[in-house]
Design a binder for this molecule. Structure first.
Ligand code: ADP
Ligand code: MG
Length: 432
């Protein structure tokens, strides 16, 4: 089929972790970028979005599966596919003009033509007059314009952007995004397809014809949402808000395999990586006016000014502990969550401990083993070993850290940083 620019089928990718164990990052990924499409790829941090993009760019090979550009296998970087990175990746000692020409140089374009095309691209992207500047003389937004110009100057058939706007302040990011869409919708660039990776849901909804949501561990395509709204889109339009809500809902939902009623019993069930302080501040915010127990997730995210990457694990943790639940883009406190919000410090900690025992198998396991131990104390290492059966070493360590922090707060156990020992509260002489 000629209308498929990029086609991935059953793509698999594993990396070897520090301890040598392979870790599957992408599994069974099917994906198509059609001619004329902008597709946005969303997913939690670590879900494999950048890896997928780098596979498409020919920068890393897939372990298995089909990876094709216009019906031909991708075996390395292609001149028709260009990538814009988050971290501008400009050469500091080269001028703006030279940085932009670089892409053409690699393609063997003669100097005079390079110069002409770079000039035209600098004009198009709003950089005329900056050709002789050095990157350090430019603001972040202007630097990213250079990064984009360097990709576009090659007249790529497919443009890949990995978090291209996320290092910029909100306004600059929006402007640049709007400018790219103007070029695209006005057909002022020959590019036939754009694939963007983002963790910004609104950005994806504003730009894309289709949104793909990857799940984590391993990354798979979990949802696909088609967006038929004409561009430019108004961020405040009800249809846009509804879509942002829908995507929020999909991204914060647990996979169908783990419904809220059947609590995951596995010891290595992934504890969301968030701290108690953040959980309580979100819970307190949610309990107070104007929310009074229920909030629209995008709204709450705006109010907390925390990135979604930090908020999602926090929502997940509140859900796991039975203090709140998330549905279709809303988060609502449960009855217990409301009581928690009104409780004094001692009751909060008691409720926290109770919910932890009930819902987090790792915490319950630590507590039980400590109770079975005559001295009420144990080193942490066996627990790390246990987790390492199924998790990568650094993840196992991090997960135990989180479980320890939560458990200390809930007064299920205490922990001594110096000795790495866990013990029941109020026993022995381990003092902290
Ligand atoms: P995302 O862009 O969605 O945040 P990435 O694709 O960057 O995710 O990474 C997915 C997982 O793959 C992460 O756990 C990351 O540590 C791992 N990973 C990515 N690249 C490599 C690599 N070159 N070597 C080892 N592990 C990697
Ligand atoms: Mg990434």
């Amino acid at each position: 089929m000629t209308d498929k620019l990029i086609e991935l089928q059953a793509v698999q990718k594993a990396f070897r972790s520090a301890d040598g164990a392979p870790r599957t990052v992408l599994e069974g990924v099917d994906f198509t970028l059609a001619d004329g499409e902008i597709v946005a790829l969303l997913g939690k941090s670590g879900s494999g979005k950048s890896t997928l993009l780098r596979i498409v760019a020919g920068l890393v090979p897939a372990d298995a599966g089909k990876v094709e550009y216009r019906g031909r296998p991708i075996r390395g970087p292609l001149s028709g596919v260009a990538m814009v990175f988050q971290s501008f990746a400009l050469f500091p000692w080269l001028t703006v003009q030279q940085n932009v020409e670089l892409g053409l140089e690699a393609q063997g374009v003669p100097p005079a033509v390079r110069r002409e095309r770079a000039d035209a691209m600098l004009d198009l992207i709003g950089l005329s007059g900056f050709g002789s500047a050095l990157p350090r003389e430019l603001s972040g937004g202007m630097r990213q314009r250079v990064g984009i110009a360097r990709a576009l100057v090659t007249h790529p058939d497919v443009l890949l952007m990995d978090e291209a706007f996320s290092a910029l302040d909100v306004l600059t990011g929006e402007t640049l995004r709007g400018d790219i869409l103007d070029l695209w919708d006005g057909k002022r660039i020959p590019t036939r397809g754009i694939l963007i990776v983002s963790h910004n849901i609104e950005e994806a909804v504003m730009m894309a014809d289709r949104i793909i949501i990857l799940s984590s561990d391993p990354g798979r395509v979990r949802h696909e949402i088609r967006i038929d709204l004409p561009r430019p889109r108004n961020a405040d339009a009800p249809e846009v808000r509804a879509l942002v809500d829908e995507v929020y809902g999909l991204m914060t939902m647990r996979p169908a395999a783990a419904p809220a009623t059947a609590r995951p019993a596995a010891i290595d069930y992934r504890v969301p990586d968030t701290d108690v302080g953040r959980m309580e501040s979100v819970l307190d915010l949610l309990a107070a006016a104007p929310y009074d127990g229920r909030a629209d997730l995008p709204q709450l995210s705006e109010d907390t000014e925390l990135p979604d990457e930090e908020l999602f694990p926090t929502y997940e943790a509140l859900g796991l502990l039975g203090l709140a639940h998330v549905e279709r883009g809303d988060i609502a406190l449960t009855g217990l969550g409301l009581r928690y919000a009104q409780a004094d410090q001692a009751l909060r900690q008691a409720l926290f401990g109770q919910q932890l025992l009930k819902n987090v198998p790792l915490a319950a396991r630590i507590r039980r083993q400590l109770e079975e131990e005559p001295g009420g104390a144990l080193p942490e290492d066996p627990f790390i070993d246990l987790l390492e059966d199924t998790l990568e070493a650094d993840q196992a360590k991090r997960m135990l850290e989180v479980a320890i922090e939560w458990g200390r707060y809930g007064e299920l156990y205490e922990y001594d940083y110096h000795t790495g020992r866990l013990k029941l509260p109020g026993t022995g002489n381990t003092k902290e």
